[in-house]
Design a protein around this ligand. Structure first.
Ligand code: B3K
Ligand code: ZN
Length: 872
């Protein structure tokens, strides 16, 4: 067991920085194994105190330290594994340091490292301290000038801001000087150097300025950046229209790299992307890839205002930039791709990732109050629930006051680091509302459970709605308060037609009921017939909702709810209940037939968007069902879900085949939402057909794979073949690898597909794949494709009763932790929910967590997650 227990950092202990940095000058002399970094910092004491100067710095080989031009001797400064300390400093001074670092050896991919023979950086949250000594905290904002010198083989030398100078040097070397006029914290610093191809474009902003746009990619890949460029231009225009925000520099650059710990990074003027979220062409990228590229390009671009121009005072305020920026990218995607379909996808993601987090040992508020490693708090709660909180805020105060509040926030805080309190204050002022109770959404963890009881009085034509709310305790928060929760409600009659009503004397079709306390009652009047209640429309709050409505009401909604989110939700609720019934030995076969029939009718609806129909065809995921049925038995859930899929497949076979033929694509590929929706529906039809494997379906799937003219269809065909299994599948799998073995992003898909295989032999196959020559644990994309996909998306096989799935994951975590703690920590989550599983499984999961936590030399990252997961 580890001996020293790392100490948490607490929000309550925040102190303003003791010193500020007005100007930074960095000089990089790049060499893969020995890069020299000189820093010249103009430093000023902040306030009246006699504190020593303490700068962060890790894994730096010291060369020199001088103050106002005088070298500091041993007695005048101390250097340890984490800090450079200078006890006596004047109130204002220039500190010059020089260090050496080894980017080639940096496999943690944090700080300055090499990817594909190029230099690149990742500094958020605390990577800058691995480059040079600095106050590595987001509330120290400074102007950066960066000089980069390297061998000419590193053709492009890039950093933030504007290029000021560049030229050749003796001995085959060259240099570039960049200046970023906007003060920024060091986590937004970036540097890239290497041989790259560039795709160029330009955009004229709303005030008439021309901005050069450049996307840098691996040589030969520039055509694959075209979609990202298009998404960037649309994002820039959208931010002008939706939020009045214009880009501020004359140049905006994006660089794609293959080795990256997560998706992308919003460094000022120089975004760095995981190539999986940037490169796309029809033959190698699926529609889902296109969709993610569009939203991540937008997300990182939107950070320019929500994150870069206005940043976080401390890392506890992470949601201030992340939740808000997710809300902004979701709004953009809704405008690009259709609001209902986008909303359903966002809610699915929230339920798949954030709801389990709220039920587990790591449940934390949108604004947490303590952490060991901030890297562990880039969570679905901060991002996705953070976005939900902003969405509720907008619903509560209305779109107009919301926009006014955003304008005020941009005006007031531009150029500063701030807090969630100050952000909310802007909306309180703009709306004239007291938002103090609303703030609890930021401070309280857990998913509130809402319950709705209805009472209709036919004589009085009144409908009484009674809501109650409750939130279960989470670690460190035993008692929960009720939260102000907006619930959007509409009514339907028995035929599914909109039923108008009155509230407080005004006639309406829809209303927002705001739950203030533990119980809220509202009476709607003028209700002409027995209503079907459509509550929580558009998923107006991140809660779970139970009601006393009968299943027949759900069928009315499934057929006709004009709120498409609730129409989809009705289908999910019905399916969930049927699967849970079957998994617990109480199969409702009559109900299953009725559901199949109703689903068939919704497929017939000619007015419905194919993308929406595709979502209707997909049953709740196994992880979603595991939340509904606790303690969970993943094998039973898998069986029950597959049985329902098979029944649907039999019942709907003719419709599905018709869809499959009718949606065949003849023209040229286009990644637009409508075309993607048609492909999604066609592939969803095939996927459901494959749930009832017959030779006819096997042939259909094989034909689908062979005829595929794009990656979406190739993966659709291969997935269906995988469900059917047998020789055709093995042949297609081999064919796929042979065809794409030189395309890393496609090979990732090949690994991920096999990791999702529900077949009983999947675990053995996955274990075998770790020895495949193309498997590379040092590359996070490849590692995640196999290991994370298996642990997160193949519950039936990951939860093997022998515990071998857990053992496999723990072995991987320990191996990766040796060189990349951040990525290792991201693999811990599937073991963390051990309490929710049936005791035999839970015990085995816990055993592996204990093995991890007890390993010597474990990183703080993995230690924090494993030890919290084990704690009571
Ligand atoms: N801000 C980065 C995430 C950084 C993660 C650091 N561990 C990407 C984003 O959210 O836009
Ligand atoms: Zn972000």
């Amino acid at each position: 067991m580890r001996t020293e227990t790392p100490q948490p950092i607490r929000l309550s202990e925040y102190r303003p920085p003791a010193f500020l940095v007005d100007e930074v000058r960095l000089d990089f002399d790049l060499a893969p194994n020995a890069t020299r970094v000189k820093a010249r910092l103009s430093i000023r004491r902040n306030g009246k105190h006699a504190d020593p100067l303490v700068l962060n710095g890790e894994r730096l080989k010291p060369i020199s330290v001088s103050l106002n031009g005088r070298a500091l001797g041993d007695g005048e400064r101390t250097i340890d594994a984490e800090f450079l300390t200078v006890p006596n400093v004047p109130d204002a001074f220039v500190l010059e340091t020089e260090v050496e670092i080894d980017p080639e050896a940096n496999k943690a991919l944090d700080g300055l490292y090499m990817s594909g023979g190029r230099f690149c950086t990742q500094c958020e949250a605390e990577g800058f301290r691995k480059i040079t000594w600095y106050p590595d905290r987001p509330d120290v904002l400074s102007r950066f000038t960066v000089r980069i010198e390297a061998d000419k083989a590193f053709r492009h030398l890039l950093s933030n801001g504007n290029l000021m100078d560049a030229g050749a040097l003796p001995d085959g070397r060259h240099f570039a000087v960049w200046n970023d006029p906007f003060p920024k914290p060091c986590y937004l610093f970036a540097l890239v150097a290497g041989e790259l191809d560039v795709l160029e474009d330009r955009l004229v902003t709303m005030s008439g300025r021309t901005v050069d746009l450049r996307i840098f990619v691996d040589p030969g890949m520039a055509p694959r950046a075209a979609y990202a460029m298009d998404a960037l231009k649309r994002s820039m225009k959208w931010d002008e229209e939706a939020f009045g925000r214009e880009y501020d520099l004359d140049l905006f650059m994006i660089v794609a790299v293959r080795d990256f710990n997560f998706g992308a990074m919003e460094n000022k003027g120089l975004n760095i992307f995981n190539s999986s979220l940037l490169l796309a062409e029809p033959s190698t990228a699926t529609d889902m890839d296109y969709e993610r590229i569009e939203s991540v390009v937008a997300h990182e671009y939107f950070h320019n205002w929500t994150g870069d121009r206005i940043t976080c005072r401390d890392w506890f305020q992470l949601c201030l930039k992340e939740g808000l920026t997710v809300f902004r990218d979701q709004s953009f995607s809704a405008d690009m791709r259709g609001a209902a379909v986008q909303r359903i996808k966002d809610v699915k993601a929230l339920r798949a990732r954030q709801f389990p987090e709220d039920q587990g040992p790591l449940a934390h508020p949108v604004r947490p109050s303590s952490y060991l490693k901030i890297d562990n708090f880039y969570t679905a709660t901060i991002y996705e629930k953070g976005a939900e909180v902003i969405r509720m805020l907008k619903t509560l105060i209305g779109a107009e006051a919301f926009r006014k509040g955003m304008d005020l926030y941009f005006d007031r805080w531009d150029g500063h680091a701030t807090t969630v309190e100050e952000f909310i204050k802007c909306f309180a002022e703009a709306s004239g509302r007291d938002l103090s109770a609303f703030f609890a959404w930021y401070e309280q963890a857990g998913t509130p459970k809402l319950d709705l009881k209805q009472r209709y009085d036919a004589d009085a034509r009144t409908l009484e709605l009674e809501f109650s709310q409750e939130t279960a305790p989470t670690p460190g928060q035993p008692d929960k308060r009720p939260l102000p929760t907006p619930v959007t409600v509409g009514l339907l009659d028995a035929e599914g037609r909109t039923l108008a009503f009155e509230r407080d004397g005004s006639a309406m079709d829809e209303t927002v009921v705001v739950l203030e306390g533990a119980r809220t009652k509202v009476t709607l009047t003028g209700v002409d017939s027995v209503p079907v209640i459509s509550a929580l429309r558009g998923f107006s709050a991140p809660v779970t909702l139970t009601t006393d409505a009968e299943p027949k009401d759900r069928y009315v909604q499934l057929a006709a709810d004009p709120d498409l989110f609730n129409r989809w939700e009705a289908g999910q609720d019905l399916a969930r209940a049927l699967i849970v019934a079957r998994a617990t030995g109480a199969a409702d076969e009559v109900g299953e037939e009725r559901f199949a029939h109703a689903l068939g009718r919704s497929l017939d609806d000619q007015a419905a968007d194919p993308a929406f129909k595709a979502l209707m065809l997909v049953l709740p995921s196994e992880s979603d069902l595991a939340l509904a049925l606790q303690p969970s038995d993943p094998a039973a859930i898998h069986e029950a879900r597959e049985t329902l899929r098979q029944r649907l497949s039999v019942h709907l076979a003719e419709d599905l085949k018709r869809l499959h033929i009718g949606l065949q694509e003849l023209g040229e590929f286009s990644p637009d939402a409508a075309s993607a929706g048609r492909r999604a529906l066609r592939n969803a039809a095939l996927d459901l057909l494959a749930a009832n494997p017959r030779s006819e379906v096997a042939e259909l799937a094989d034909g689908h794979y062979r005829a595929a003219a794009n990656m979406t269809d190739a993966i659709g065909g291969l997935s269906a073949l995988m469900l059917i299994g047998g020789e055709a599948y093995e042949a297609a799998l081999a064919d796929f690898f042979e065809r794409w073995k030189s395309e890393p992003l496609v090979v990732d898909k090949w690994f991920a597909l096999q990791a999702r295989d529900p077949d009983e032999g999947a675990l053995g196959r996955v274990l075998g794949l770790t020895a495949h020559p193309a498997f590379d644990e040092k590359n996070p994309n490849r590692l995640r494709a196999l290991v994370s996909t298996f642990a997160n998306f193949n519950p039936a096989r990951f939860h093997d009763p022998s515990g071998a799935g857990y053992r496999f994951l723990a072995d991987q975590i320990l191996a990766v932790d040796g060189f990349n703690p951040m990525t290792a920590a991201r693999l811990v989550d599937p073991l963390g929910g051990w309490r929710r599983y049936k005791p035999e499984l839970g015990a085995l999961m816990k055993q592996e967590l204990a093995r991890i936590a007890g390993t010597d030399g474990l990183s703080k990252n993995v230690y924090e997650l494993a030890s919290k997961a084990l704690a009571d």
